[in-house]
Design a protein around this ligand. Sequence first.
Ligand SMILES: [Zn+2]
Length: 266
Amino acid sequence: MRLDGIRVMVIGAHPDDADVYASGTAAKFVAEGAQVVFVSMTNGDKGHRTMGCAELAARRKGETQAAARCLGLEDYVVLDHPDCELEATLENRRELTRLIRRFAPHLIFTHRTCDYHADHRACGTLVMDAAYLLGVPHWCPDVPVPDTAPAVFLMSDPFTTPRAIRPDVAVDVSDRLDLMADCLLCHPSQFLEWLPPEQEGALEALPAPDATLEERRAFIRRFWLDPYKANDARRFGLPFAYAEVFEQSEYGRQLTPAAIRDLFPF
Ligand SMILES: [Zn+2]
């Protein structure tokens, strides 16, 4: 396979963000032999209307492990920071540095720092803050600097201030829609319980408890894949129907266009 020995880390704020923003691309990396790890910087213990925080955190952890099996991930790490309270502190910068160094990824994906959720912004800032320090031996000397310096890619979002994301890489995920839907369906506490009231028409369209897999997939497609992945394909004029686009961060190792093509051979 073309990406044997390549390691990929997707770092999101919540225990569903890596799935929402990059599950199609992650599936393609796995299919090419890369090792893929998802990270959630928080335990997701706030986003529910009826479940208590501790119970919810435990449930969300279980949902991430189901998603990891669905996508064929090496691991889905959930750090135990409370939801809605993530900050770009020195302590968190050290924790993230150690986590990244131990896995020694070639590629990191994370949020931009202009995003609606404070946890997403803090997560993006933490990765930016760690990006240079990963190669500084006296910073966190208990975990040695690995041989690989990762390139950092920013995941797509709809925000346009100060500017829209630049699509340096566009991955055609049109042939992974069922798998992406199945991955999101591993998180019922998010996509079937917490988020539908925020999306117009989603509550009314919610699949019944005895809905078929196809009906559940159709719900996810309508409310998650069409609005984001199909919309990105349209707004960037791409020659396929569903896209995950990424911008190469100026922090971290800089890849040439040829190196980008080698690392994204799909
Ligand atoms: Zn999130």
